[in-house]
Design a protein around this ligand. Sequence first.
Ligand SMILES: [Zn+2]
Length: 164
Amino acid sequence: MALQNTVKRPCPFCSQFSSFEHVTEQLTQWSCPRCGDYQMTGTAEASLYHLMISNAGPISGRIRALNSQGITPSVSSENYEAMLRLVAPPFSQRAEIYLRTVVALCPRLDQDFVPNSDLLIGASYSRDNAEASVILEYLEQKGFIRTDPLLDGEDNYVVPHLGE
Ligand SMILES: [Zn+2]
């Protein structure tokens, strides 16, 4: 969801600068480049800022998964502690989600993409770029993703054609 006329604030989960606007006095709408879209009450936001979360990967991934189903979760003082107890799914599932997200980003098979963007870090339940790099490397070794020698720069990864 693209927010208009918004200010940017650090996401209370992952600290990435995010679009933020008030829905009501007590409820805010967030659009985080890593976690995706969610709503949050002021009390939950205050509690989460106080906690300084060090591993938001499972939360980012869960919110992204809900967003992909068309759901914008609402975070409140009733459920934020449960969100802190979320764990990431098994590695193979995270790799599959990473690949599915890349495919969704690249409608054409020869289209390149930026590896380990905030979207890919969040969607794959990764804590940071270093963790997402492990998934990218695995997908490269398995042949699901490869670098394109004809393209320069860091964003020269493509999903190869089947049978290539
Ligand atoms: Zn976030």
